[in-house]
Ligand binder design. Structure first.
Ligand SMILES: [Zn+2]
Length: 511
């Protein structure tokens, strides 16, 4: 509890006043700027590797932050935008990222970087993840600057630039910058995230075994755009000795029942091809099938996706002769049997986190001619890290023993789940702020997505997506309702007025 007498002594706003003043200021003077500012920043295509877009966006941050009366500092991969508090005040960090997930423009019905506004929504890659929260934070800081002259914290917005890819920005920042004393990471959901699952990727790879086969064989396959996106496309090329063998296989495959929301169609009609290096130098016939589904964030919104890779595996696997392609698809089928990893033996629930989230996301040809299947696994404290790796490698070994496959396991298991005490002071304050702003009583949440909260000390994910709506980050046609952008500012202002309007919380992560 805050001390009322202290509040009065310092002349800080009274509890009952809450965020009314900054909110009123926001509505009168800033609300109209939300959409135009978001449109401006969405037009920088800050995908991995586009350093031109990153630099241009950082210049935009300098210009926009300065124009709002905030202090902007370059810190390499991170941009600091600050609303200073009293000299020597602790720092409350607001943390967002300015980079975005890749896009497949063919799958989008809108141009991903034009930032159109339609039916009360802002559309574009990054609208929700995480440029909406970036603009929300900027405007909330401006509202506090103009209406709340006395604050117990310096507010510092940290804007990262490679969260969706290398994820080295915060680590490099911390080498020569002190972390904020306390941070809210605005890159997940409301009301507050007390558990973040760990990010893992199990890969299995093998060759397709093309040499000398006279049967129907798979000559290539590919699926997915990134390890953290439910794949909405998967393509497989089938080659056979006659036109009829390929056509009949296509007919049987297309006749199979599919999970709802997925389709299988012919991507390339069956045509004669010369197979160079075939022992009999006979003509072969080749065609391609394409499975389609719906993309979604593989950690936060796996249930909102429709997995094209798993659909392809289910439809095709029985049509294939023994070999690498069949083994990879059979393993994808096993891993994708449900979204909680039953097929991989991940059946032990964690008491707070529940089950893991498991999504086969990619098939990629490797330089050495092998094909790699990537399975994105969001694990819980029940089984993570080296123990998870050992468990999964044993599952691959058992699969190989059972089927005669030669899948080679690999991947990444270096992340750990993050858990907070749901009864900690900070969590209670954030929940109360959420309830004051929205009128909705809420429970703390668990997320399948990882945020910067794992990379910064004393950091917790707070907003800015509202619960009970599928998260559109990482999805095609990413979009955010304008009304939710304003509502999110309201919640953020409630929390910031609470946290900075009185003495800093002591031991915020303890009850
Ligand atoms: Zn994000």
């Amino acid at each position: 509890m805050r001390s009322l007498s202290l509040v009065l002594v310092l002349g800080l706003p009274l509890l009952a006043q809450g965020a009314a003043k900054p909110l009123k200021y926001y509505e009168r003077h800033l609300q109209a700027r939300m959409v135009p500012l978001l449109q401006e920043v969405l037009r920088f295509p800050t995908v991995q590797g586009d350093t031109k877009a990153r630099d241009a966006q950082q210049a935009w941050l300098r210009k926009t932050g300065t124009e709002l009366g905030l202090v902007v500092r370059d810190a390499g991969l991170v941009t600091e935008i600050e609303l200073p508090g009293p000299k020597g005040a602790p720092v409350l960090g607001l943390v967002v990222h300015g980079d975005v997930q890749p896009v497949d423009p063919k799958a989008w019905t809108i141009p991903p970087f034009e930032a159109a506004v339609k039916d009360g929504k802002v559309l574009g890659r990054g609208a929700a993840d995480d440029k909406g929260p970036l603009v929300q934070a900027l405007l909330a800081m401006k509202a506090l600057k103009e209406t709340m002259p006395k604050r117990s914290y310096t507010l510092r917005l940290l804007v990262g630039s490679d969260e969706e890819s290398d994820n080295l920005d915060i680590a490099s920042y911390l080498k020569d910058h002190k972390a904020p004393d306390l941070s809210l990471v605005l890159d997940s959901g409301f009301p507050v995230i007390v558990g973040e699952k760990a990010w893992n990727a199990l890969t299995v790879e093998t060759g397709l075994g093309l040499s000398g086969s006279t049967e129907r064989i798979v000559t290539s396959m590919s699926a997915g755009l990134a390890p953290s996106i439910v794949p909405d496309q998967a393509v497989l090329t089938l080659t056979g000795p006659t036109e009829a063998t390929v056509r009949q296989a296509f007919i049987r495959i297309q006749a199979r029942p599919l999970r709802s929301g997925t389709t299988i169609s012919v991507a390339e009609p069956i045509q004669p091809v010369e197979v160079i290096g075939a022992p009999d130098s006979l003509q072969r016939w080749r065609g391609a099938l394409k499975a389609t589904g719906k993309s979604a964030h593989a950690g936060v919104n796996a249930e909102g996706g429709r997995n094209a890779l798993v659909a392809l595996a289910n439809a095709v696997v029985d049509e294939l002769p023994p070999g690498g392609a069949r083994d990879l698809l059979a393993f994808a089928q096993l891993a994708g049997q449900d979204l909680v990893g039953t097929g991989l033996g991940l059946v032990q629930p964690d008491p707070v986190f529940g089950r893991a989230t498991v999504v086969p996301t990619m098939l990629q040809a490797q330089k050495d001619g092998k094909v790699r299947l990537t399975i994105n696994i969001r694990s819980t404290p029940a089984l993570s890290g080296e123990a998870l790796k050992a468990h999964l490698f044993a599952q691959v070994a058992a699969f190989n023993a059972r089927t005669g496959a030669h899948l080679e396991p690999g991947g990444f298991f270096g992340d750990a789940p993050l858990a907070f005490d749901p009864k900690s002071k900070l969590v209670k304050h954030l929940l109360a702020a959420y309830t004051r702003a929205t009128g909705v009583k809420a429970e703390p949440a668990i997320s399948g997505g990882g945020t910067y909260a794992k990379r910064l000390p004393n950091a917790i994910a707070f907003g800015m997506w509202f619960p009970d709506k599928p998260y559109p980050g990482h999805d095609v046609d990413e979009q955010v309702p304008v009304a939710d952008l304003h509502e999110g500012v309201k919640v953020l202002l409630e929390a910031l007025v609470d946290l900075t309007g009185s003495r800093p919380l002591k031991d915020p992560f303890r009850p």
